[in-house]
Structures are given as C-alpha cells and as structure tokens.
Design a binder for this molecule. Structure first.
Ligand SMILES: Cc1cc2nc3c(=O)[nH]c(=O)nc-3n(C[C@H](O)[C@H](O)[C@H](O)COP(=O)(O)O)c2cc1C
Length: 192
C-alpha cells in the first residue's frame, strides 16, 4: 500500500485537507491509499524516543513507511523550509531501509511559491537516502485561496496537475514493483 505523509502537526492544517483530497484522487483511480498524519504522532515522537530506536507508540507509523509501496509527501512551507516535525519524523525512521529504493513523490503547499523551497530540500534528503524520486512535483500556490471550507481544491488547473501526478506515480510504482527493483523487493532479497 502507498501512504500519504501529511507533513505537519498544526491543528486544522491545510496539509491534512490536501492529503485527504489526494487520497480521494487515488481512490478514483482504484487505489486505497492511507494517510500518515503527523498530528497523531506529536506525543509518541516526543516520548522517550532515541534516534535509531523505536517505541510502542511510534512502531506502527515506522512500520507503515518501512513496508510501503510508495510515499506521497505533502509538505507545507514554514519559514522558507519544511515543518520541524516532518524532518524530526524522517530522522527517526530506520536507516537505510525506510527510503532506499522506495518510490516517493511530492506535493507542496504554501503562499507565493507553493513550498518550492521545502520540496526541493526534501528532494535532496530523499536523494541522499537513495529513494526513487518521481520527477513531477505539484506546487499549490496561495493554498488558502484554492481550498473551500470542506477541503476541496476548487482550482481546476491544480486539480488536473494532482490527477496527472497520481496517474504517473501509480505507473512508476507498478513498473518498479514489476521488475522487483523497489525497496520491498530489495529488502526481501537481502533476507534470502
Ligand atoms: C509557522 C508558519 C510559517 C509559514 N511560513 C511560510 C513561508 O515561509 N512561506 C510561505 O509561502 N508560506 C508560509 N506559511 C503559510 C503556509 O505555508 C500556509 O498557510 C499553509 O497552509 C500551511 O500549511 P498548514 O495549514 O498545513 O499548516 C507559514 C505558515 C505557518 C503556520
């Protein structure tokens, strides 16, 4: 299964609304995708967790990433960067298996630049961690103007870009899985 990482813990966040919107796009494409909501792990991430270890509270989230068929990271821009909790979560995930050869794609949201800066930084991080980065990113500029009260994206151009990305990422992950060169196949091969 693929997972959407909703990249902030801010209550009432637009990121979670966009995550749900993207989840619905995948559903229309016939794919059930779950959301990993950083709001939920605010407490377990800070409870007695040491780098390179896990805890009962964090294990379910860490395992989801570790077994995912692909990750869709949805990231808002905070002070020209990504929210601290997103980087903190990334830094606690198991090395190297969490990201190595794992397909990942990015959606940014923010003001004028639609989170171009944090998404490009995330590409550096995931590139460093040997992930398969899907090349088409989507940037939602002035996100507060294109989301309605129920969390639906009203801008048709943005919607079409999100649908195009989802269709492409679906094919990308299917191709990697078919040739057994994705993260899960690599981990399974190491165990043989
Ligand atoms: C702490 C904070 C810092 C922000 N910094 C920026 C910024 O540097 N550039 C920008 O374009 N938008 C910035 N914004 C606007 C957010 O990107 C925008 O409101 C987005 O909806 C935030 O995602 P959220 O609703 O999921 O928290 C900031 C918002 C917050 C809460």
């Amino acid at each position: 299964m693929k997972y959407i990482i909703s990249g902030t813990d801010r209550p009432g966040s637009n990121t979670l609304k966009v995550a749900k919107h993207v989840q619905a796009i995948y559903k229309n494409l016939g794919e059930h995708v779950e959301i990993i909501d950083l709001q939920e792990m605010k407490a377990p991430l800070h409870e007695n967790l040491q780098y390179g270890t896990t805890s009962d509270g964090m294990k379910p989230y860490m395992d989801k990433v570790l077994h995912s068929e692909g990750l869709i990271v949805i990231c808002p821009e905070y002070n020209g960067s990504m929210p601290g909790i997103l980087k903190y979560f990334i830094d606690h995930l198991k090395y190297p298996d969490s990201f190595e050869f794992r397909p990942v794609c990015f959606v940014g949201l923010g003001g004028m630049f639609g989170a171009l800066r944090p998404v490009e930084h995330l590409q550096q991080i995931f590139g460093y961690r040997n992930a398969y980065i899907y090349p088409e990113r989507v940037f939602l500029m002035n996100v507060f103007k294109i989301l309605d009260a129920s969390g639906v994206i009203t801008d048709e151009v943005c919607n079409q870009l999100l649908i195009k990305q989802a269709k492409g990422f679906k094919k990308f992950t299917e191709a990697l899985t078919a040739f057994e060169i994705d993260a899960n196949a690599t981990i399974a091969a190491k165990k043989k």
